[in-house]
Write a protein that binds this ligand. Structure first.
Ligand code: AMP
Length: 503
């Protein structure tokens, strides 16, 4: 059970089919993609001597080489650690060090800033960029056969920030990702060879995890020339390539829809847009359906059960005649076919239909635990159930509506920002006594980061500079509010709900 077998199979069955495209230009067919993965695997195992289970980190923008690197690592029996390319070099080095990655593949423009922080990592044996001569040499290594992996062997180590601010490695096994893909076919969409997935969101996250469904069907993988989300570019690609499928955060859907409305362009080149990762407002999905038609499917998932907790199907989204249609499109849909989803009270007992509680999940996609973190694993996986930290209510028809995020994560432009991490940086300023960070709804970004500060003689510019020094740009507060005191409960805990009302 090695996920790399799906590429082997696709290449044997359909060697000449286009596999990887840059914009509308075919770069690799399936034969070549598999051959390159097999050779890179040969380099990792043969030349570098990596042993099955060792980690290979990828800190790269979306790139035509991303897929061959993912599959090379699995082919060689290794574990991939995809790192968000937008992170601060110190954050990248923390993840690469925590995972004890032996090799790092990095985008050319990111390499210089990473040199110093990476120098301190003893386990790291090689850092390569796809433009290096050394990468071309690696591609000349002798191809190897895929290494056998057991279903529970680790495939993908996905770092997610915790409330403590320290990122935790979510361990996703070959079984987890295979089940995630089966659920895609069962509950999200069917895929044919004529389809194309376009990576408009980072391949280090959910968008990249959707590659499996398209490799399994020998369909096309499109990396936009911009490397990311540009509505005009997507529209051009949809016309040129057709049957375009993508995963998008709700804010991206909103921008694409307004672009289509403004230009009056037809949307028929889009086959399926899967949205999720943050709340989609009812008005926005109605608008999107009106402009683009029934091409949408919603998913609710989290790193700990990748892309797979519930799904709201195309049919449910389109069924306007249903008396509960409005409630349904405001929900995240029904449990995926290979998991059970339940809403529980603080004791862990199921609550009645319609009542609010914490969403818990068990089944084939649920992670095996957090990397080298048994305490966090024990807190999150209890009695076989994954505690999601999300609050929601399930109605009598099995539709789940998320009410709030108990973890207070801010989701801005599709990226998760963990308040505690930002607060810790702000508190480094000698004039800051207390800091509390929340998300404020924003038409463009979904949410923006707002920081409440208690302190003396502190200027927003100084705080901004401090943040730029320590954390990724996208995490820094867009607004500061200077207050006399923070609202707190009797235990001294800051009341974030009260702060949100204030904002
Ligand atoms: P991550 O682990 O980074 O994928 O973040 C997962 C979190 O994003 C979940 O626990 C939810 O709080 C939120 N989330 C994911 N999908 C949805 C969705 N469809 N609607 C609302 N929130 C979502």
């Amino acid at each position: 059970m090695n996920l790399a077998r799906w590429l082997v199979r696709a290449a044997l069955a359909h060697p000449d089919r286009p596999a990887v495209l840059l914009g509308d230009t075919v770069v690799l067919d399936y034969r070549t993609l598999a051959d390159r993965a097999a050779r890179l695997a040969g380099h990792l195992r043969g030349t570098l001597g990596l042993q099955p289970g060792e980690r290979v980190a990828l800190c790269m923008h979306n790139h035509v080489g991303y897929l061959e690197l993912l599959y090379a690592a699995w082919w060689a029996g290794l574990v991939v650690v995809p790192v968000n390319a937008k992170l601060h070099p110190g954050e990248v080095a923390f993840i690469v060090g925590d995972a004890e990655a032996a090799v790092l593949f990095v985008s050319e423009d990111l390499a210089p800033d990473l040199r110093a922080p990476l120098a301190a990592l003893p386990a790291l044996r090689q850092v390569l960029t796809p433009a290096d001569a050394a990468y071309r040499t690696a591609l000349e290594a002798a191809a190897i056969e895929p290494v056998h992996r057991a279903p529970d062997d680790l495939a993908w180590l996905f770092y997610t920030s915790g409330t403590t601010g320290r990122p935790k490695g979510v361990m996703q096994s070959h079984r987890n990702l295979a089940a995630m893909t089966a659920c895609y076919f069962m509950d999200v969409d069917e895929v044919t060879a004529a389809d194309a997935i376009v990576y408009a969101a980072p391949m280090s996250h959910g968008a990249g995890m959707y590659n499996f469904a398209f490799v399994a069907k020998a369909a096309r993988h499109v990396v936009p020339v911009s490397g990311g989300f540009d509505p005009a570019e997507l529209l051009t690609l949809s016309r040129g390539i057709g049957r375009l499928c993508l995963f998008a955060a709700p804010t991206m859907v909103k921008r694409l829809v307004s672009h289509l409305r403004d230009t009056g362009a037809p949307a028929h080149g889009f086959k399926t847009i899967v949205y999720g990762g943050g709340p989609m407002y009812v008005e926005d999905i109605q608008d999107a359906l009106g402009v683009m038609g029934p091409c949408f499917v919603q998913i609710y998932g989290q790193g700990e059960s990748p892309m797979t907790i519930t799904a709201l199907s195309r049919q449910h989204l389109a069924d306007r005649a249903h008396p509960k249609w409005l409630d349904r499109i405001g929900s995240v849909g029904m449990a995926h076919s290979l998991v059970e989803v339940c809403v529980v009270d603080s004791r862990g007992d199921p609550v009645a239909a319609g009542e609010m509680g914490e969403v818990v999940v068990r089944g084939e996609t649920v992670m095996t635990g957090y990397w080298r973190n048994p305490e966090a694993t024990a807190q999150t996986l209890r009695d076989g159930w994954l505690r999601t930290g999300d609050l929601g209510a399930m109605n009598e028809d099995g539709f789940l509506t998320l009410k709030d995020r108990s973890k207070d994560v801010v989701i801005s432009g599709g990226s998760n920002i963990y308040p505690r991490e930002v607060e810790e940086v702000l508190l480094r300023h000698p004039g800051v006594r207390e800091a509390a960070v929340i998300g404020q709804p924003d038409a463009e970004w979904g949410e923006i980061v707002v920081a409440f500060i208690v302190g003396d003689g502190v200027e927003p510019e100084a705080l901004d500079a401090l943040c730029l020094q320590h954390i990724a740009r996208f995490k820094r507060p867009r607004r500061y509010r200077f207050v006399e005191a923070l609202p707190k409960n009797s235990y001294g805990k800051v009341l974030k709900t009260a702060l949100r009302q204030l904002a």
